[in-house]
Design a protein around this ligand. Structure first.
Ligand SMILES: Cc1cc2nc3c(=O)[nH]c(=O)nc-3n(C[C@H](O)[C@H](O)[C@H](O)COP(=O)(O)O)c2cc1C
Length: 324
């Protein structure tokens, strides 16, 4: 089985990826959060910084583009190629209400003719191989056969299927039946994505889709950075290694020059997911959420670990689904 760490804006930055890879080796590929170019292909400087090879020592992630204009996509892809990238991913899954009405992300699935034209243009002119991260549909998984018919016309490097429709956002139960029914019609490698949080949820996916060789983990891995190891039969997350990865991540953020406010914001965003490991310590978690300075934050983290509330992996798929 090949394991990917999903792109998660605000979580899986180059700083996080670097520390995670050092502390928890065993991820086959990291996928970078999306670049969102404007109409002429310009992206924010911070987005480029995340992808610079010097900020990604060891291995480059797979970069992702959120856009529906072929020229802009190709212009970003050219810059990525110059940086040493060999593959680029198209985001056809983002469910955000600020993205979908612009026919971007999952909004690309609204008009399959435009999607087809876009893919024809980028596949004929892009020097990088192209993978796609998709949803099963906008309103219903019943849309997927027609969507797949479009993808099948192109030599996708990989199709990552977040097995929900857009309406399900991040909450509905993944539709394993619709996912597995589509597999035989896929002439390219397929990667499953959606609510894998523990060995049992991986086993459920494998039993619905025998022969599946790739999975991508998002929130489950943010909540349990040792999940990849655990899914390969290794030990569950330990308190000491969680403390260590947090300390190293905090130090890298502080050293990066983004400032205390953003460092704190990034750490708290990660704790939104890590909180499930401390199910009985609502007070300690509230203190952490309220921390306004890094010393306050560090004191709150120390208090959480000093208590006896650490229960690694204390969530099942039901809890994972309730995260937004
Ligand atoms: C905070 C957050 C940020 C995300 N950012 C991205 C992104 O930049 N690109 C993308 O394709 N998906 C993004 N996703 C979706 C995840 O990659 C993944 O498809 C989704 O969380 C389902 O997988 P999971 O159930 O394992 O979390 C994001 C999800 C969350 C919760």
């Amino acid at each position: 089985m090949q394991f990917s760490f999903a792109p998660m804006e605000g979580i899986t930055s180059c700083f996080f990826r670097r520390i995670h890879a050092a502390c928890f080796p065993g991820v086959d590929r990291y996928w970078a959060p999306f670049l969102a170019p404007d109409g002429s292909g310009r992206c924010k400087e911070g987005a480029w910084r995340d992808l610079r090879p010097e900020n990604n020592p060891g291995a480059l992630p797979v970069p992702q583009i959120l856009c529906n204009k072929a020229e802009a996509f190709l212009s970003v892809a050219r810059e990525l190629a110059a940086m040493g990238y060999t593959e680029v991913n198209l985001n056809a899954g983002c469910p955000s209400a600020t993205v979908v009405p612009k026919h971007k992300g999952a909004g690309m699935l609204q008009d399959l003719r435009s999607l087809d034209d876009f893919l024809a243009d980028v596949f004929s002119r892009c020097e990088l191989s192209i993978s796609v991260k998709t949803r099963l549909g906008l309103a219903s998984a019943a849309e997927f056969p027609a969507i797949l018919e479009v993808y099948r016309r192109y030599p996708l490097a990989e199709l990552i299927v977040h097995a929900r429709d857009r309406a399900g956002m991040y909450r509905s139960a993944p539709d394993l039946a619709a996912f597995s029914a589509a597999l035989p019609a896929c002439p390219f490698p397929v990667c499953y994505n959606g609510s894998i949080t523990d060995p049992a949820s991986l086993a459920a996916v494998q039993s619905a889709a025998p022969g599946l060789e790739r999975v991508m983990l998002g929130r489950g891995a943010a909540a349990n950075p040792a999940l990849f190891r655990e899914l390969r039969g290794g030990a569950p997350l330990g308190a000491e290694e969680l403390r260590d990865v947090l300390a190293r991540y905090g130090a890298v953020l502080s050293d990066s020059g983004i400032g205390e406010h953003y460092t704190l914001g990034r750490l708290k965003e990660l704790w939104f997911y890590l909180a499930v490991n401390f199910p009985g310590d609502a007070k300690g978690l509230k203190r952490l959420r309220k921390a306004q300075t890094l010393p306050d934050y560090r004191a709150a983290v120390a208090a959480l670990f000093a208590g006896d509330g650490f229960r690694p992996g204390a969530w099942g798929s039901a809890d994972a689904r309730s995260l937004t």
